[in-house]
Design a protein around this ligand. Structure first.
Ligand code: ZN
Length: 380
């Protein structure tokens, strides 16, 4: 049996489970086994059907007092180019003081540090929960969001949440996340009338209209930032027309873009602003916008909680972490709707890459940081 106070051994055991989204791969079974050794009451929550079904773990321990939740995911992204891996992605290897394997940073190493911190703390912890999903790297439909729904329906929950995503760009202690931007993907179609290029008066070319719309979408910034957030940004990712010929004015044209937005906007107000700009530029031309908001922006404004985490990080690493809202979306967008949520974990420099790895000493440091957070929270 693996020593539950040893984050390197625990991370290695988890890496051996080939839990590429949405496959459970034995990782949640292992985690449940450890949590039960530590006195947690475990519930497995599965959502979805067949090949897309996803397994999740909800585990609780202790009563009476605010509950602290560790959240994260055991699924990993695919290995990618197998030949480029120096060792197997699911064969953990320690070389030059670093643990190598898929998920070492994102985020089996973080989960190992959570388990080790709880094991080291013994009985001296606040009431605890683990909310661990097998669907973070995929669509995230059957993961954290669904688990939260089930947990709330049972009248359970937690008062504060720490997500163990790898938040540090290059050294442990440098960055924690107290919010994230929202994300909206959209496809815009502009409708014209097909015709011969020699007789443009008998056709309506959608391309000059699209050109005006692209200018209207990108020329004026959406805002100039919000509190700890950078300005919202619209990024074009493609445009074109259906398959055509060189002497034919196309019947339609499309563009695709993503907006990362700060709390100046909700998904709804953002889409309204996009539609306003498009309508003004398009004039009488018909168009259709298909937006998909995959996450709202959030900012954790619980300063006391942020201070508790930052103090723990600084005490261990001698670095005061930056309170950042940068980067892509994470499950914190769901968790933050239930309780104040902060993200802090390992160094993410190699996440999703071949030869993903973390420093062994960082695994130890993160375990100590999580231990300090638990001790501080228990004393609240
Ligand atoms: Zn992750």
């Amino acid at each position: 049996m693996t020593d539950l106070t040893d984050p390197v051994a625990l991370a290695s055991d988890l890496i051996r489970c080939p839990s590429v989204t949405p496959i459970e791969g034995g990782a949640l079974d292992l985690l449940q086994f450890w949590a039960e050794q530590l006195g947690f009451r475990c519930t497995r929550l599965s959502f979805g059907e067949g090949a897309t079904s996803v397994d999740n773990l909800w585990a609780v321990r202790g009563e009476g007092g605010p509950r602290f939740c560790f959240a994260g995911h055991t699924d990993v992204v695919p290995p990618g180019d197998m030949d480029a891996w120096q060792s197997g992605p699911f064969d953990p290897v320690i070389a030059d003081g670093r643990l190598h394997g898929r998920g070492a940073a994102d985020m089996k190493g973080g989960i190992a540090a959570m388990v080790a911190a709880v094991a080291r703390a013994g009985e001296r912890t606040p009431p605890l929960a683990f909310l661990i999903t097998g669907d973070e790297e995929g669509q995230a439909i059957h993961g954290t969001k669904a688990v939260l729904g089930a947990v709330e329906a049972r009248g359970e929950g937690f008062e504060h949440c720490l997500v163990g995503e790898p938040t540090n760009p290059d050294r442990i202690g440098s960055m924690m996340k107290v919010g994230r931007r929202g994300s909206c993907n959209a496809i815009l179609t502009v409708h014209g009338r097909q015709g011969h290029v020699a007789y443009p008066d008998r056709a309506e070319n959608p391309l000059p209209v699209l050109q005006r719309i692209l200018t209207a979408l990108t020329d004026v910034p959406l805002d100039d930032g919000y509190d700890r957030f950078q300005p919202s940004n619209l990024e074009l990712t493609g445009w074109g027309t259906p398959e055509g010929a060189e002497n034919v004015i196309p019947a339609s044209a499309w563009t695709r873009f993503n907006v990362r937005f700060n709390p100046n906007w909700t998904g709804e107000t953002l889409v309204r602003e996009l539609e306003r700009r498009i309508a003004t530029a398009a004039g009488p031309t018909q168009w259709h916008l298909a937006p998909r908001v995959s996450g709202e922006a959030f900012l954790t404004e619980d300063d006391r909680f942020a201070r508790l985490v930052a103090d723990a990080v600084e005490a261990e690493t001698k670095v005061r972490p930056e309170l950042s809202t940068s980067g892509g979306t994470s499950d914190a967008r769901f968790l933050s709707r239930h309780a104040p949520t902060i993200e802090f974990g390992l160094v993410g420099a190699t996440m999703h890459q071949v030869n993903e790895n973390v420093a062994v000493e960082d695994l130890e440091a993160l375990t100590c940081i999580y231990g300090r957070i638990l001790a501080g929270y228990a004393a609240w």
